[in-house]
Design a protein around this ligand. Structure first.
Ligand SMILES: Cc1cc2nc3c(=O)[nH]c(=O)nc-3n(C[C@H](O)[C@H](O)[C@H](O)COP(=O)(O)O)c2cc1C
Ligand SMILES: Nc1ncnc2c1ncn2[C@@H]1O[C@H](COP(=O)(O)OP(=O)(O)OP(=O)(O)O)[C@@H](O)[C@H]1O
Length: 196
């Protein structure tokens, strides 16, 4: 099995036969920022309207952290708590390592089929699979896809974890918190001691 599943706070063994048809949002979701919250709110509304389970598929460690390109904003536990605070019923977490990163995009689509995914929600920049070859178009070959266009801040810039990490680094906590939106982690752990 390439991923584990959290239902509320408990990591549970899954019975695939008992798995309900699912509406799922996919991504790293570091910080669970305002862009993530909007994507997940749309996903949850669609899940409710269709009587589907509302779930998230994410990665630990974060792919960018695994590749040495970023420091995490939140621990996995804070990410899980943030997602559950939004009402997400189930979170699937893939252990992101060298072997996982080498899996082709099609194998990831097989994973989604194994958890009875009916509808996928991603941002329009979402990429996945070996060499980041998979696109929302490829997902559409097998699942219904809702592509979210970028959520922007009041100044018109795309909200991103990368931007928030940079704001913490320069000590602009006020703007960082504004882009995060209401969040349980007032001061994300990795930056709690301020910029080095
Ligand atoms: C099966 C699989 C393989 C991946 N392989 C790579 C990879 O080779 N290189 C890479 O930079 N990212 C890889 N990723 C990570 C994605 O590029 C991306 O970070 C992940 O899908 C989360 O999306 P997000 O960063 O938009 O949140 C892979 C993801 C999956 C699901
Ligand atoms: N501002 C945004 N508006 C709409 N969708 C978004 C936004 N930011 C991220 N998403 C989507 O949310 C999911 C998780 O995104 P991801 O974790 O890569 O966020 P990110 O802020 O782009 O991160 P990073 O800056 O580290 O690349 C993906 O499907 C992504 O396309």
């Amino acid at each position: 099995m390439w991923f584990r599943t959290y239902t509320h706070e408990v990591a549970q063994g899954r019975d695939p036969a008992a798995q309900r048809a699912t509406c799922i949002a996919i991504g790293a979701f570091d910080g669970v920022h305002r862009g993530h919250k909007a994507l997940i709110a749309d996903m949850m509304a669609r899940a409710r309207a269709q009587g589907l389970q509302a779930a998230v598929f994410t990665f630990d460690p974060l792919p960018k952290v695994f590749f040495g390109a970023a420091e995490p904003i939140l621990s996995l536990q804070d990410r899980l708590d943030g997602l559950h605070d939004l009402g997400v019923e189930q979170v699937h977490v893939a252990s992101f390592d060298r072997a996982y990163a080498a899996r082709p995009a099609e194998a990831f689509l097989d994973d989604l089929a194994s958890i009875r995914v009916a509808e996928v929600h991603v941002g329009d920049d979402f990429r996945f699979g070996k060499g980041r070859a998979g696109t929302p178009e490829l997902i559409r070959s097998r699942f219904r896809v809702v592509e979210k266009s970028a959520v922007l801040c009041d100044q018109g810039e795309r909200i991103s974890s990368t931007r928030i990490r940079a704001l913490f680094k320069i000590g602009d906590l006020e703007t960082a918190r504004m882009l995060l939106g209401k969040t349980r982690a007032a001061m994300p752990a990795a930056h709690a001691l301020g910029a080095a």
